[in-house]
Write a protein that binds this ligand. Structure first.
Ligand code: GDP
Length: 190
């Protein structure tokens, strides 16, 4: 069972203690809320960043009392800011640098675009922070089979040894792979 716990904008607002955390991050509109709802088997648990008036927060969900699922704000969102030089804000950076219990960060990319420059900056940042991460190529329902194979190969060779999961919320693909990867990383000490 996945239940909402809390929202906040800094680490201080978030639950204390040693509970393991699994984070999800991606460019705004990449389909992160749909993916979290897909994992939860609930339609309205996570809210889309494209909903008007929605404030940007870090949202924490409890999964079976085993771990916290951390829904980080979409990056590349701030209107009026130039894409160049804008990586992600202090809320995201502060969380990723400061969280002690982070077992895995899923970076969600749009399968049709491949990793954008912002995605690559995020992946480099995670590498520099020595945080464990995996890539979810999302919306793969939009790709042909041969495109899927090519993208998976490109990502696996580009990011040596990294788990790459092909996922679609609309065609319900890849949910088992995401959950299996979470189980694997929950057991790891890093
Ligand atoms: P968020 O801003 O990252 O939380 O993205 P949303 O979950 O709100 O989705 C953004 C848009 O992408 C919406 O129009 C969704 O209907 C669409 N979308 C989400 N997941 C998928 C998917 O797996 N396949 C396709 N084709 N579209 C999707």
């Amino acid at each position: 069972m996945i239940t909402f716990v809390k929202s906040g904008t800094t680490l201080e607002h978030l639950p204390k203690g040693n509970h393991p955390q699994i984070a999800f991050i991606g460019r705004s509109n990449v389909g992160k809320s749909s993916l979290i709802n897909h994992l939860a088997g609930q339609k309205q648990l996570a809210h889309s960043s494209s909903e008007p008036g929605r404030t940007r927060t870090i949202n924490i969900f409890d999964v079976d009392k085993r771990y916290f699922l951390v829904d980080l704000p979409g990056y590349g969102y701030a209107k009026g800011r130039k894409a160049t030089g804008y990586i992600f804000d202090d809320m995201i950076g502060g969380y990723l640098e400061g969280s002690k219990n982070l077992k895995l960060v899923f970076v969600i990319i749009d399968a049709r675009l491949g990793p954008t420059e912002l995605d690559q900056q995020m992946l480099t940042f995670l590498q520099q922070q020595r945080l464990p991460f995996a890539i979810i190529a999302n919306k793969v329902d939009k790709l042909t089979n041969s495109e899927k194979i090519a993208l998976k190969r490109q990502l696996e060779t580009g990011y040596d040894g990294l788990p790459v999961i092909m996922h679609s919320s609309t065609k319900t693909m890849g949910k088992g792979d995401v959950l299996d990867t979470i189980d694997k990383y929950l057991l790891r000490d890093h």
